[in-house]
Design a protein around this ligand. Sequence first.
Ligand code: SAH
Length: 254
Amino acid sequence: MSDLVREEFARLYLAALDAAEEPALAARRELWSGSEAVEKLWKICDRLLDNARRFNLTAILEPGEIVRKHVLDSLIPLALLAENGIEARTILDVGTGAGFPLLPWAAVLPENRRLTGLDSTAKKISHIRECAAYAGLNSVSGIVGRAEELACGKMREKYDLVTARAVADLPVLLELCAPFVKKGGVFAAFKARGEDEITRAKAAALILGLTEPDVFRYALPGGDARLLLLYRKTAPTPKNYPRRWAEILNHPIG
Ligand code: SAH
């Protein structure tokens, strides 16, 4: 256990919910501040702080900052998606790392959702599994592997919603993530900035079977600006994508 006390966490989290000036979040405040959700979120942050001492999981180690930059930056986009009628049953978080947005989503969503975290680093997936067991997140599972390899197998075109936060430049990210999305499903990219990336990723989106994105702007409590890009999948991804990692990286589509 870290020394993050439950009451202190609850105080920070509820204050951050109130400080976030996002109507979609305000509409869910009551639902997402119940004692069960708070307990789960506290346990996620407790275990994060604990494991972050042992190995590299996050550079952010101050509880208030974890709440703002990890928890709220996971929950505000979830509120925006819900507000726009996107309520996926099967969700894949590519490059989940320490579990963002995966774990906070599992803490507040109904248990009939299926949330999968994917990461190439085994230690990070061990952390995800530990957190899921500790916080009672029964809807979460973890897979170790590289996205561009797994997307060629049985996970291809299987998910209603695919997410990725802080994983790669957008043209690369689309090639890694679009193949997992079912036709009619959605890819949601979390970005700190990205207007020029959206332009550079236009060709990739078209080729991979995605529409142009809906762009949502939001701010974390305290003011940091963020973007949520929402791509809809209208056609299957051609079989020759994703390519091998070196190809994707050295010759991004477009
Ligand atoms: N989404 C988390 C972690 C971001 S760090 C957050 O926002 O906090 C990026 C993560 O993506 C790392 O954990 C890294 O191991 C993983 N990653 C990068 N490229 C990947 C790939 N091709 N396949 C699977 N995981 C990948």
